[in-house]
Write a protein that binds this ligand. Structure first.
Ligand SMILES: NC(=O)C1=CN([C@@H]2O[C@H](COP(=O)(O)OP(=O)(O)OC[C@H]3O[C@@H](n4cnc5c(N)ncnc54)[C@H](OP(=O)(O)O)[C@@H]3O)[C@@H](O)[C@H]2O)C=CC1
Ligand SMILES: Cc1cn([C@H]2C[C@H](O)[C@@H](COP(=O)(O)OP(=O)(O)O[C@H]3O[C@@H](C)C(=O)[C@@H](O)[C@H]3O)O2)c(=O)[nH]c1=O
Length: 303
């Protein structure tokens, strides 16, 4: 067993590295820049731009992982909307290159994907529900999924792990998340303007890392939905954070998605049916309330 992790500097990547270290699973971590995770030994880290195809092929041939967990992606949805070609290169072409490399050595290939593959008209979604992407980012994830689903060689050793608003903290992250934002703003009495017309099931990054690694350890294949357990409106998610913090008084102003003027369209109601992951992976994610004390602890640890 040896797992190659792409996007190891990202939130999910750092939690997968943490899991591999804790459970003594051999791994190689890669990201575009230098290693920003001091808990990931330099001897396990290789800097790799996934757009450098020859280097990707060389790395996979040299390291011969038994599984690749491909978390790296352009994850800023509005940036993707304005840079569709770059989004396609990073999110789709890199998936194809890595998947072909995995096939050439008979390794399992796991792709991270998103609730945004759905249009949000009929959530919560099951794995087999039809996709209908609304944005460039969402389309890129559908296209990346298709690389696996429509492989001309019918290579079957792959999985797709779809997830929703990943939250937690780590070292030198390049994107934040709404739970962290709430944790900072609510105790200061800052008014948060939150949409009440988008429904999500936020995912504790450590739970997601458990699911991603478990797919590999249990030799599972196919599509898996891995999110938090409960779907709520975004304003209700933050109210739950306020209650978990024990705050008596906090102010949330509800707004509609239109007023955010975001470049990319978002699906209104996602959320996942988790039955498959519960049954096959023993995936039992924590609700927000349970994770807030852990996140507060992490905020000190990762400072
Ligand atoms: N965050 C979320 O709310 C959600 C995430 N997902 C999916 O989960 C996955 C993980 O997300 P998350 O951990 O938040 O992502 P992050 O944005 O935190 O991290 C992305 C990682 O991708 C790496 N990367 C980007 N471009 C390249 C490149 N050209 N070559 C090599 N590495 C590159 C970055 O490396 P570096 O930092 O070194 O530049 C970074 O480590 C993604 O595939 C995302 O689409 C799905 C649903 C929700
Ligand atoms: C900026 C802003 C966002 N929101 C809401 C909208 C949205 O539902 C939620 C999170 O907004 P963000 O812009 O951080 O995230 P967004 O890009 O909508 O989230 C997505 O990220 C990509 C990578 C995914 O794959 C998705 O699963 C999803 O998590 O917060 C507000 O309510 N008020 C605000 O001022």
């Amino acid at each position: 067993m040896k797992i190659l992790i792409t996007g190891s500097n990202g939130l999910l990547g750092q939690k997968i590295v943490k899991r591999c270290i804790r459970h003594q699973i051999p791994f190689i971590a890669t990201s575009k820049g230098s290693n920003r995770n001091p808990e990931c030994p330099e001897s396990n880290y290789i800097s790799l731009d996934l757009l450098q195809t020859d280097e990707v092929d060389q790395l996979v041939a040299d390291q011969k992982p038994t599984a690749i967990i491909h978390t790296a992606a352009l994850t800023n949805v509005d940036y993707c909307e304005m840079h569709p070609e770059e989004c396609h290169q990073v999110n789709v072409v890199s998936t194809k290159v890595l998947f072909d490399a995995a096939k050439s050595i008979g390794a399992h290939f796991e792709l991270l994907s998103t609730d945004f593959v759905f249009d949000g008209e009929n959530g919560p979604y099951k794995e087999e529900d039809p996709v209908n992407p609304l944005s460039v980012y969402a389309q890129s994830k559908v296209d990346a999924e298709q690389v696996l689903l429509k492989d001309p060689d019918n290579y079957r050793d792959w999985s797709i792990a779809r997830t929703i608003i990943v939250y937690g903290t780590g070292f030198g992250l390049s994107r934040s998340n709404m739970i962290l934002w709430a944790l900072e703003a609510l105790p200061k009495g800052e008014v948060m303007k939150l949409v009440d017309d988008q429904f999500r099931a936020p995912t504790w990054a450590d739970d997601l890392a458990y699911g991603c690694v478990e797919i590999v350890l249990r030799n599972q294949k196919g599509v898996f939905h891995l999110s938090g357990p409960k779907t709520r409106a975004v304003n209700e998610i933050v109210e739950e954070v306020g209650r978990a913090l024990g705050l008596k008084d906090f102010t949330i102003e509800t707004i509609s998605s239109d007023t955010l003027n975001q470049a990319a369209k978002r699906p209104p109601r996602t959320g996942f049916d988790l039955s498959k992951a519960e049954k096959l992976l023993d995936y039992h994610p924590m609700d927000i309330r349970e994770t807030i004390p852990l996140l507060q602890h992490d905020l000190i640890h990762y400072r």
